[in-house]
Design a binder for this molecule. Structure first.
Ligand SMILES: Nc1ncnc2c1ncn2[C@@H]1O[C@H](COP(=O)(O)OP(=O)(O)OP(=O)(O)O)[C@@H](O)[C@H]1O
Length: 660
């Protein structure tokens, strides 16, 4: 009968053997069990001799306190912001394989982390967690710490770790350098378990190195986006898509800064022509056989917008493309996209394909008052804002814009509100009668929000108004002529309502002369623009002189959240942060708890995003939780109060103080 050693015992004996190997290396003994990588051996010796770490005393992972973590994150704030997309993309590729991802600052403190939340406890114990300290002086030989020491990418696989408590881990790390070449962060992917073979991690090394370079370059582009820049590669086909070298230059061709590949090129040049080139910033025309005019005319003078030049030091051909500087920004233009569109339409979005479609169509329709426009989109996507922009950019801009929320007016009053009434038309009416909202919009625009909530009988009357272009106030004998542009909005599936007999098909076709479909905030490619725009709007509305700033950690959280209540919810969250923050710098800690990722699933479940329907159980729970404060529930879900009232009505929820 075979006896299996229990895993804990097996680990202990492995740890004992590991400690022996470290001592063997310390004593200069050579055995086949010692690590092959010279970097690892050197690190073990540093741990023993320089840092005086005791291999017989494994140390549990150290996680720094929250306040210290905040300070470390601040030091790499900008980089984390730029790196976010790359970090998410890389994690998307490795998560299924059981890896976690860490970004540490240059002191080895983990400032960004992606991992499986179900494994939080184990990961935290192993130090694969936010705030974990991977400095070699403390943690011993490890991918992050040793990468920071040697300034190069490294695999630290299982028994290559110094500390015996880490010998089940496999970690691979690559440095991320700032434009001066100083390591500012480390990108690491690690797994709690892995195959024994070292080669199993070679692919991780390539992947981590690739992403570290992409993040480094994205950061370089961000730092020097207002400068002229050349992009170069030894392949003609790749220079535009993935040119590896980036060099920022003055207009006269003097080099300002370069990324890693560019710096290598400059180093070669200096090596070839010492000592006169050692301390002076080279000119591009010294690095390549060219005149600066050849470079500056690349975009205007070539068909494929690149030219080939020979590097003087290496004698190799490089293909060079030219990136024009982004226009210097003026303060008030901070978030305004450049565009040919009229200002109200241009402000609606920056660079999102769905919004661009909306903006272009709106531009074509802005003076076509006879085309009725239907705006569709989830609740809070800005349907009313788009309707106003359409009105303000057209030739009716100086005339009234009358907005009517069909869901917010009680059914019994809609008719009189819309059409108006004559004196004495009905009991309870004003003695002088009332001019209806439709006549008030004469010469201007009538915006009917939540058109799906208009009762069927009224739909028939509205259809007649649209056909005959006149209204008959209640109790009147003669109709009033009207000239209105009609814009309607809905977040409901009108086609479905037509099938169910809840909406008149003929009215739908009349209202839907053209349709503007607004994307949900979570789908927008210009989310960052929307965040900045909304933030700027709220900040401007405040009476203070201070100019508040959104810090990168807050932006990062706002970008990550799914926003079931769309822009309205975003606006509420930012208004909350601005009102409650003690300083002018809004950080992630100032945001309402609901925007932080752990709440995403709950809110998304409470509010079905497509229709704005709130499942009944959840809505009554939420109402009870907020002591039947409708505004508080609307705020939490990021929807309007009428939406909550409508849902309550549909689901037959009656607050206790309304009941008999
Ligand atoms: N492009 C934008 N820039 C700044 N703020 C915006 C923008 N779009 C919408 N908002 C803000 O978001 C909130 C919701 O916008 P709006 O009322 O237009 O949405 P909606 O789609 O009509 O909502 P509902 O379906 O609930 O009626 C408003 O406070 C509005 O000011």
């Amino acid at each position: 009968m075979r006896h299996h050693t229990p895993p804990a015992k097996r680990l202990q004996s492995e740890q004992r053997r590991h400690i022996e190997h470290i001592f063997q290396l310390g004593e200069g003994l050579e055995t086949p069990c010692l690590p092959a990588q010279a970097t690892i051996r050197r690190s073990w010796l540093r741990c023993l001799n320089e840092y005086q770490l005791d291999p017989t005393r494994p140390r549990p992972a150290r996680v720094v306190p929250q306040q210290t973590l905040i300070e470390h994150r601040e030091s790499v704030d900008e980089l984390l912001h730029v790196a976010r997309a790359g970090v998410d993309q890389l994690y998307g590729q490795i998560a299924q394989l059981g890896y976690v991802l860490l970004v540490t600052d240059h002191r080895g403190i983990t400032v960004e982390f992606r991992g499986d939340p179900n494994q939080n406890q184990q990961l935290r114990k192993a130090g694969l967690y936010l705030g974990a300290d991977w400095d070699e002086r403390f943690a011993g030989t490890c991918a992050v710490g040793t990468c920071l020491h040697d300034r190069q990418a490294i695999i630290c696989h299982r028994q290559e770790h110094f500390d015996a408590s880490h010998i089940s881990l496999t970690c691979t790390a690559a440095p991320i350098a700032d434009p001066q070449g100083n390591v500012m962060a480390v990108l690491d992917i690690s797994a709690l378990q892995s195959p024994a073979q070292h080669e199993s991690q070679n692919f991780s090394l390539s992947l981590v190195t690739l992403y570290a370079r992409m993040i480094e370059d994205a950061y370089f582009l961000q730092c020097y986006r207002d400068c002229l820049m050349v992009r170069l590669d030894t392949s003609r086909e790749f220079v535009h898509v993935n040119g590896r070298g980036l060099i920022a230059i003055e207009e006269n061709g003097q080099v300002i800064a370069a990324n890693a590949v560019g710096r290598e090129l400059i180093a070669e040049h200096r090596h070839r022509w010492p000592p006169w080139s050692a301390n002076h910033a080279p000119m591009l025309a010294e690095l390549f056989e060219c005149e600066i005019a050849d470079i500056l005319s690349i975009n205007s003078g070539t068909d494929d917008q690149l030219r080939a030049f020979r590097a003087r030091a290496s004698n190799t051909i490089h293909f060079i493309s030219l990136l024009e500087p982004r226009r210097p920004r003026m303060a008030h233009q901070a978030v305004t996209p450049t565009s040919e569109l009229p200002d109200p339409l241009a402000r609606l979005g920056a660079d999102d394909p769905a919004m661009r479609k909306v903006q272009k169509l709106a531009d074509r329709l802005r003076n076509e008052a006879s085309v009725n426009v239907l705006i569709s989109g989830e609740t809070g996507t800005g349907k009313e804002v788009v309707a106003r922009a359409l009105h303000e950019s057209g030739n009716r801009a100086k005339q009234p814009f009358i907005a009517v929320n069909c869901a917010a007016i009680p059914e019994s009053l809609i008719e009189s509100e819309l059409f108006g009434y004559e004196p004495g038309a009905f009991t309870g009416g004003r003695s002088k009668g009332m001019r209806g909202l439709i006549p008030q919009a004469h010469k201007g625009t009538l915006f009917l929000d939540e058109i799906g909530d208009m009762p069927l009988a009224l739909q028939t009357r509205l259809l007649r108004v649209l056909a005959e272009r006149e209204v008959m106030p209640l109790g009147a004998n003669t109709p009033v002529k009207i000239d209105i542009r009609v814009i309607t909005a809905t977040h409901r599936h009108i086609e479905k309502m037509i099938q169910q007999g809840e909406f008149r098909e003929d009215l739908y076709y009349r209202l839907n002369g053209a349709q503007l479909r607004l994307p949900a905030l979570r789908e927008r490619a210009d989310k960052l623009y929307v965040i900045r725009r909304v933030f700027e709007d709220i900040a401007n509305e405040r009476a203070t002189h201070a100019s508040p700033r959104l810090r990168a950690d807050a932006i990062s959280a706002l970008l990550a959240y799914s926003w079931p209540g769309n822009i309205r919810q975003l606006k509420n969250a930012l208004a909350f942060a601005l009102a409650t923050s003690e300083s002018d710098e809004i950080t992630v800690h100032d945001l309402p708890e609901q925007c932080l990722s752990q709440r995403i699933t709950r809110n998304a479940a409470v509010l079905e995003t497509n229709t704005g329907e709130v499942p009944s159980g959840s809505l009554s729970d939420l109402l009870k939780q907020h002591h039947w404060n409708i505004s508080a529930v609307a705020r939490e879900l990021g929807v309007s109060r009428p939406t909550i009232y409508r849902q309550m009505q549909r689901q037959g929820i009656v607050p206790p103080n309304w009941q008999g």
